[in-house]
Design a protein around this ligand. Sequence first.
Ligand SMILES: [Zn+2]
Length: 510
Amino acid sequence: MKGFVSNIIKPLFSKWDFFLAVWLGVLTLSLGYRINIIPLLALFMGAKLLAKTSQLLYKLLVIIYSLIGFLYAPTGIIYGSPDVNVVGSFLYTTLEESIGFLKQTPFYAFLLGLVVLILGIALATEKKSTHAVASKKSLMMLSVFFVVLVSFGPMKKNRIDLSAYRFISDLVTAYRTVSTQNQGYAAIIQKKPIWQPVIKSRRYHTYLLVIGESVRRDYVHAFGGQFNNTPWLDSVPATLFNNYISAGPATVISLTNTLVYKQDREKQLNNSVVTLAEKSGFETWWLSNQGVKSHSDSPIARIAKSANHTGFINTGKADYSASSSDENLLPLLAEALKSPAGDKLIILHLMGSHPRACDRTQGRFDSDIGSKELSCYVKSIAMTDSLLGKANQLLSNSTANWTMMYFSDHGLSYIDKNSSRAYLTHGDSTKQNYQVPFFILSSDSTQRRVISQRRSGLDFITTFAQWLNIDDPAITGRCSMLSKSDCDEVNTVYDFNERLTNYNVLPSIP
Ligand SMILES: [Zn+2]
């Protein structure tokens, strides 16, 4: 027994093993996985086995994974392992949004990434090649350990639960899903819309739809928020929907499930609110301050481009701090309003209160509410209120017959609530991720109304058709969404993985 230990077991291990184990642990965390002891041990044995067989390959892999871990740690800590959402936002996100994301990343995520990198470099450049000495028996021993550990712990549901392996396989799977989806979108947007609208009577000449960004309803004063940040909305005779929930917790999931007709869960991007309006005799504009990437169009950009006129003022290339103010959309709106077209639908897509809010306000805020980022958030909503007021002014200067609708794509939830570091970020586990402001204001509105019946982004196509006052055979919902009717309540929302979940059981964290 003594001989077994000193001849076979002992040469297998060195003092560097401690660092190797720590490195594998922090690597697992930075790739967005949890530490489970058996898979980690299996990974450790696998690394040892590799080091004993090929020093070069071992060191190469350590360097490659150190770099991956270092670069992925901010995403891994906040969003977890690579999935459709992570890959989708990587492909659709502009440089500006990425910088915003990095600025919002907690410091310890960078620290973790740095630990992975430094430990990895130390392991790969370690001179005393302690791993080199290995007898055949020792190798056999390691192989047995590795195989036993892998087959007992990590082989679940036919997938190998080794973080380093899973990261690559999850990444490939997610990328495949996103690109298949994208090809589907590219094909379907070419198809003719199915709409056959029946126009009942045209109530207004100009319809303005403003899509807000990342606004929680409880931060909007007009909807009961405690900070006085919506003087314009407080003063106009709008109809406020104070029980409207967004379809999803992030822009793309929310808006594709809001603005697009679905059949058997297939999102028919060709059948969107834009083409519905066009088929109903409107000339359409999509004016956006959201970033757009030319080489990988997000589904939202595809819908936007189906409008008769499209304007993206934030191409992701220009100096973002200067170009990102939503106010820069106003000249484009004024131009659209001046156009001699007949009836118009103009859609404004704002950057609104997208994290970081301090980037939206250039670091400015009106009152300090205990956290700089939250103070900026309150201010960003005040800026949207002011923008909406100016849009209202432009509308009433150009026509006597207008209506405007506003909603935010989703809410946000807290990180480090009740501290001076508190900020808001995307999430899908609280009611506030879905509670957003929604209102309508028209040239003939005379009094302020509040509709407290539940309304949902998942019914938006019906709501939108009723706003335009049209019927369409494809739109089956007949309940009056714009009145106080008790319609069938929609209690489901999409989560980050685009699975339907029950909104009602989510905790409320005001
Ligand atoms: Zn959004």
